[in-house]
Design a protein around this ligand. Structure first.
Ligand code: NAD
Length: 533
């Protein structure tokens, strides 16, 4: 439990069936900027989670059977609410997380209408029944594919982009006709209230989106409840627990987990742009993005020039709370501050050099200086584990091949980037990177490209969302085959007597693509389709 989530005295809860009021556990929220107390927030227990799932279950048939055009109309209202409430929501997000209000506006709120518009446009195409071609060996048949919702989806979200990472999965699940129980991070309870406000305002039928508030115990209760799928965004450690819980039933699970993203800077890169990108990509959201730049591989020929450019740019990054219009805010959780300090100190002890920053700032709140490290090597913890803080570790490499090899030598595989002015080479290197998204001459912004799938390999996760994948992730698939039903029997059905040689002929036709054998085999089988009287 972090400092911003220390337990506070319990408050009374509504009386239970026995008439006794049980105490409701509360979590205290402290400002990451000033340390001031921002409020106490309730933790839902197992019974409340189960009741929420039951309401979502009851709402499911009607929402599933609501015409897609009507679901699109309701979900489209999200854009209207964001147009009216966006500024208010952005300020609340900043208060809760400490992130600059510009980032809250663009990367949290702004991402939602972009991704939603794509979904609203693509859902009618993806979700309609599709006819598929049928091979000649299945005469008289036709095949169709259709998708149907999984049911009640349990969605568990993290604190680093608490608005976007809750709202986008919920919308992706709803559009196909699922209902949702959402559990957001206890570290950002104010944003959890904002998300609740958004879904209340669009006028969904009761039970279509149920929101339960609380900590890991509430999340664990959701994983044990009778949901039909779990969609989890968060750490690898919790992702393992979520998957283990899903295995008990078993139900499908999607995991969007951590990253240790590599940036590969080639000798022919636009160094000015690459340095600017390294600074933004490593420090945006105070480095607390799953797709932050966490390892910068720079080829020997330009290493020193590149590092000098980055040093100069890092030194100009301003740090402060949302009211100070700074570039970079504090760490959102005090536990995260501890991890960043540990990684930097261990790296320095193992021989890395601090070129800029390297320590906590002497001011109230959870501020750590933007930090540039050189001389980072694969043995260091900061090379292997997710830091999730404002640190740019630079690794000197001989050439691009060594960069790709080391980039892939990671437990993680979420995203990465390649920097070169030779686009063909950039694409070749991108294809060799073992991760779910790669940018050439850009960083992080690919997450906002609505048609691109998002997700990781290895410990970075299982499954994809965003783009078409984001709609289909929440759907079951059904194959349908239709026969007009004119014949009384089928060549494959009983009786088998006298069919073997015709079967061999048919097999020859299938394997050699011989039309003559196919026809001969079929005609032979047709003659044997009924038992002699
Ligand atoms: P976390 O795993 O600590 O918590 C995530 C959520 O899980 C919270 O809502 C938490 O209350 C809940 N939870 C905790 N214990 C649980 C349990 N036993 N069962 C069910 N739920 C439980 O992660 P975090 O610290 O909130 O988020 C940071 C991590 O998330 C980083 O590793 C980051 O890289 C990752 N992340 C990944 C993506 C992505 O899309 N791949 C996006 C953002 C963050």
């Amino acid at each position: 439990m972090s400092a911003s989530q220390t337990s506070a005295p319990s408050s009374p809860r509504p009386a239970g069936p026995d008439g006794a009021a049980s105490p409701r556990r509360l979590l205290e929220k402290l400002s990451p900027v000033s340390g001031a107390r921002l409020g106490d927030f309730p933790v839902a227990d197992e019974a409340e989670v189960r009741a929420a799932v039951a309401r979502a279950r009851a709402a499911f048939p009607e929402w599933r059977d609501t015409p897609l055009a009507s679901r699109i109309e309701v979900l489209g209202r999200v854009k209207q609410v964001l147009a009216e409430q966006g500024e208010h929501y952005a300020r609340k997000i900043s208060e809760d997380t400490g992130k600059p209000t510009f980032e809250a506006t663009m990367m949290e709120i702004g991402a939602v209408p972009l991704l939603l518009d794509y979904m609203l446009r693509r859902a009618p195409v993806l979700l309609r029944r599709q006819k598929v071609s049928t091979p000649i060996v299945l005469p008289g048949k036709s095949g169709f594919i259709e998708h149907f919702p999984r049911g009640v989806i349990g969605i568990i979200s993290p604190w680093n982009f608490p608005f976007q990472l809750a709202v986008v999965p919920v919308l992706s699940a709803l559009i196909g006709g699922n209902t949702v129980v959402l559990k957001q991070s206890e570290i950002t309870p104010i944003v959890a209230g904002v998300v609740e406000d958004l879904f209340r305002r669009i006028g969904l039928p009761a039970g279509v989106v149920e929101i339960v508030h609380g900590d890991g115990s509430t999340g664990a209760a959701l994983t044990r409840a009778e949901v039909d799928m779990l969609f989890f965004t968060g750490s690898v450690a919790t992702g393992r627990k979520v998957m283990a819980a899903a295995a008990q039933r078993p139900i499908p699970v999607e995991l969007e987990l951590g990253g240790k993203d590599a940036m590969i800077v080639c000798a022919d890169a636009n160094l000015e742009r690459a340095a600017e990108a390294a600074v933004w990509g490593g420090l945006v959201n105070c480095g607390q993005a799953c797709v932050s730049v966490e390892r910068i591989f720079v080829v020997d020929a330009i290493h020193d020039r590149f590092v000098e450019k980055v040093r100069e740019k890092v030194s100009r990054v301003t740090v402060g709370g949302p009211d100070e219009q700074a570039d970079m805010g504090p760490l959102t959780s005090s536990a995260q501050l501890g991890i960043v300090e540990r990684h930097v100190n261990a790296a320095v002890a193992a021989g890395a050099k601090v070129v800029f920053g390297g320590e906590k700032l002497q001011r109230p709140g959870q501020f750590f200086a933007p930090t540039l490290l050189t001389g980072v090597t694969p043995e260091m913890e900061i090379f292997r584990e997710e830091t999730f803080g404002p640190v740019l570790p630079v690794i000197r490499v001989r050439d691009e091949d060594e960069a790709v090899r080391l980039a892939n030598a990671s437990e993680f595989g979420l995203a990465g980037s390649v920097w070169t002015q030779d686009i063909d080479k950039g694409l070749r290197l991108a294809s060799r990177m073992e991760c779910g998204q790669v940018s050439v001459n850009d960083v992080i912004q690919s997450v906002g490209h609505p048609a691109l799938p998002f997700g990781g390999v290895r410990s970075s996760g299982i499954g994809r969302y965003h783009g078409d994948a984001g709609i289909l992730a929440f759907m079951n698939t059904r194959g349908i085959m239709v026969d007009r039903g004119f014949l009384n029997s089928e060549p494959l059905w009983f009786p088998y007597a006298g069919k073997v040689s015709h079967g061999f002929e048919l097999l020859k036709g299938i394997t050699t693509r011989s039309l003559g054998s196919l026809v001969k085999g079929f005609l032979g089988l047709r003659k044997k389709m009924t038992r002699p009287k």
